[in-house]
Design a protein around this ligand. Structure first.
Ligand code: KIV
Ligand code: ZN
Length: 555
């Protein structure tokens, strides 16, 4: 690409190194979360939400536990105005929830915003913004720095005036929009000018929101900008530093996380990162990242699949399969070695007293966010292996295959998936197992057996071989040995190293026992068979016949 010559780094480093945040390791407490789904998220939708949809989304945000919600830009559209009025008039805002409205720094817009807010119960945040970046000043507004400060200051004064005249309790917020393209000293100057108008106090704090309107730098630069602002803002004790990252460089989450280390006390974002262009920062990921570090995010994401269903229906957007935490495939392992490690890790958890979640490849326990293990964690295709396939038979059907049999069955299933070029569902895997290994009756079918009264073990076994029922006698040092010896003699075959494992069947089918047998043919090939029956000895003999039949067929 030659087009790189077209681009320059358009962000501004702080004038002094601001890197104290690098000494912090993780976020120890959640920020104040503010959802901007109903404003920034909604304004980016192909079909914005209607009134009913907004009301339902608002309820979803309340259920998750948001205490601050930006409900719109009421002066910008009739629906947003009507939505805010509905919330106020129908008394839908809980006492412990603060709503927020956005307004440009323009007189008639500020006036209309306060008209929409009349009679609001509790506190409402009035969020004032104007654009401050070099590009916006030069190209869009064609105004000097002084003129841009004037816009912010006159807007701040007007907000203060209308707040005093309007029934209700108001908190003020100012955003230097396009902060990331603004010289840091100028951003500081304009924020301090607004703070001088609003004069924040301990009882009446002001929010200074520093948006990555367009993310332009690597996250450490944004963090340094936030730290510089946080260190140099006037009235700092009475200012709440807020961030509002967008995701243009795919680093919205990293920007927000490092900004929190750098002093941000509040984060504005959306569910699953909906929002303009590549979206706003994803609050679900931020919150669950915190959970994965053992910190309670104070938002309830214990039912993520339900949240996704509502979110997708109302926004008409899709949460991608690989989206952190929410995506359909993010807890799924197809690869054999990953499946093996997960299956062993899950078993480890069952057997040991584990205080912490340490299962390999799974950052968090899927159950904590409402995902199921079954069908979610281990899915089978041609990349899969013995561990995962054995895990599915065990979890879904209660079949605990011996390790070596898992390997041999694993190859078989991989081949089937490879040939069909598709994923195999648990019932398909079980059907393959049944057809290939369980109670195999061709070419030789076991009919029945009885022990004779001779000393030692002697059995008479009836078999159907090529449509003829024949009997043979076998002797050995136990019933199975006698049957196996007699069968080899009767069919003129030989095998050795008979191994055997049985267990009760607790899931499904009327059978009560399952037996797995392996035999080794003269050329060293190992053949496996499985029997299922209510009678343990019959079950064992069926397993032997299954293995022998597979050997006769060379399977
Ligand atoms: O992205 C942005 O800068 C905004 C402002 C209005 C805060 O949404
Ligand atoms: Zn935004």
């Amino acid at each position: 690409m030659k087009s790189h010559t077209k681009y320059a780094r358009g962000y501004f480093m702080p004038p002094v190194p601001s890197l104290k945040w690098t000494e912090k390791e993780y976020i120890t407490e959640p920020p104040t979360w503010c959802s901007v789904d109903l404003r920034d998220g909604n304004q980016a939708l192909i079909i914005p939400m209607n009134l009913e949809e907004k009301l339902e989304y608002f309820q979803l945000l309340l259920k998750i536990g948001f205490k601050e919600i930006e409900v719109g830009f009421p002066a910008a559209s009739e629906t947003e105005f009507a939505f805010l009025r509905t919330l106020i008039e129908q008394n839908l805002i809980p006492d412990d929830v603060t709503i927020q409205v956005l307004t440009q720094s323009r007189d008639h817009i500020i006036e209309k915003t306060f008209e929409a807010l009349r009679g609001v119960k509790g506190t409402a945040v009035v969020h004032l913004y104007n654009s401050t970046s070099v590009a916006q000043r030069e190209q869009v507004f064609r105004k000097s720095k002084e003129e841009i400060i004037d816009i912010a200051v006159s807007g701040a004064k007007l907000v203060q005036k209308f707040a005093a005249q309007t029934e209700g309790n108001f908190r003020f917020q100012y955003s230097p929009e396009s902060f990331t393209g603004t010289e840091i000293e100028f951003a500081l100057e304009i924020c301090n000018a607004v703070l001088d108008v609003w004069q924040p106090t301990a009882d009446n704090k002001v929010i200074i929101n520093l948006p990555a309107t367009v993310s332009m730098s690597m996250p450490h630069v944004y963090a340094s900008q936030i730290e510089y602002m946080s260190d140099h803002l006037n009235y700092r004790d009475n200012v709440i530093v807020s961030v509002h990252p967008h995701n243009d460089r795919g680093t919205g989450v990293a920007d927000a996380e490092l900004a929190m280390l750098a002093g941000a006390q509040r984060v504005e974002g959306t569910l699953f990162g909906n929002g303009e262009r590549t979206g706003n920062v994803d609050i679900v990921t931020l919150a669950l990242n915190m959970l994965s570090h053992g910190v309670n995010p104070q938002l309830d994401f214990s039912h993520v699949p339900e949240i996704i269903a509502i979110h997708e229906r109302l926004t008409r957007m899709k949460v991608g399969e690989r989206h952190p935490y929410g995506g359909e495939l993010v807890f799924t392992a197809f690869s054999g070695s990953h499946q093996d490690a997960i299956a062993k890790g899950m078993k480890w958890r069952e057997d040991e007293e584990c205080q912490y979640w340490t299962v390999p490849y799974l950052l968090i326990d899927p159950k904590d966010i409402g995902r199921e293990y079954e069908g979610d964690i281990i899915r089978i295709n041609s990349q899969s292996g013995k561990g995962g396939i054995g895990y599915i038979l065990e979890q879904s059907y209660g079949l605990d295959l011996p390790q070596q049999m898992r390997e041999s069955f694993g190859y078989h299933v991989k081949n089937v998936s490879d040939q069909l070029h598709k994923e195999l569902m648990p019932d398909e895997i079980y059907n393959i197992f049944q057809t290939e290994y369980v109670n195999v009756t061709t070419p030789v079918e076991f009919m029945n057996y009885r022990s004779t009264q001779q000393a030692g073990f002697e059995t008479i076994v009836s078999i159907r071989n090529q449509d003829q029922v024949v009997e043979y006698v076998g002797t050995g040092n136990g019933s199975l040995d006698a049957i196996s010896n007699g069968l080899q003699k009767a069919l003129g075959i030989s095998f050795s190293n008979l191994t055997y494992k049985e267990h009760a069947l607790e899931i499904g089918s009327g059978s009560q026992a399952v037996t797995f047998i392996s035999i080794t043919a003269a050329d060293g090939t190992i053949y496996w068979g499985c029997g299922m029956d209510v009678d343990i000895m019959t079950c064992t003999v069926k397993a032997l016949f299954s293995a022998v039949n597979r050997m006769l067929k060379g399977e």
